[in-house]
Design a protein around this ligand. Structure first.
Ligand code: TMP
Length: 157
């Protein structure tokens, strides 16, 4: 794999179409509640603090990214939503939410890290079966089988 070394921006970006996980808990929503509008969240990437939820004002105050960089991050994160939902719909996978990271390479902000069942919630459109890391997080079993199922649907392998 050929990669670009990034200076990572210490902001994790979470995009949510359907309530699950920490959002469901924080707002008292049933998991599976369809959000009337796509929700965009920022978390401060700091393990010692447990990656707390922050907003654009915190990001500016902590000088984590410039307003211009944040605008690029916001529009890119939402563009990824359109691309992924279109990619997953034909294989009957609902994109519930996902986390993105961005970094700086040669002065430019680019999408970094990975996009996988480790960083997204994927639910089977018909059965609601979880096909992502929640199988591990919630001890549901068949973690590897679920990841293989996503690969099989997307590649036919
Ligand atoms: P959350 O509901 O636990 O906040 O997770 C939202 C999304 O972000 C979900 O798709 C899982 C992903 N995520 C990560 O990839 N890494 C993390 O450390 C966390 C907390 C969430």
């Amino acid at each position: 794999m050929i990669v670009k070394a990034l200076e990572i921006i210490k902001v994790e970006v979470v995009v949510r179409n359907i309530a699950a996980g920490s959002l469901a808990k924080r707002l008292g929503l049933a998991e599976g509640t369809v959000m009337a509008k796509t929700v965009l969240e920022y978390y401060y990437k700091d393990d010692a603090l447990g990656d707390p939820l922050i907003n654009a004002s915190h990001i500016a105050a902590l000088d984590l990214a410039t307003p211009e960089q944040m605008e690029f991050i916001r529009t890119t994160a939402l563009k990824v939503n359109d691309i992924m939902r279109e990619y997953l719909a034909p294989v009957n996978i609902d994109l519930i939410d996902y986390k993105l990271e961005f970094g700086i390479h040669k002065g430019q902000v680019i999408l970094g890290d990975e996009i996988s069942p480790d960083t997204c919630r994927f639910w089977d459109k018909n059965t609601g079966e979880k096909l992502d890391k929640d199988r591990f997080r919630r001890d549901l079993g068949n973690v590897e089988g679920a990841y293989q199922e996503v690969l099989r649907r997307l590649t036919g392998e």
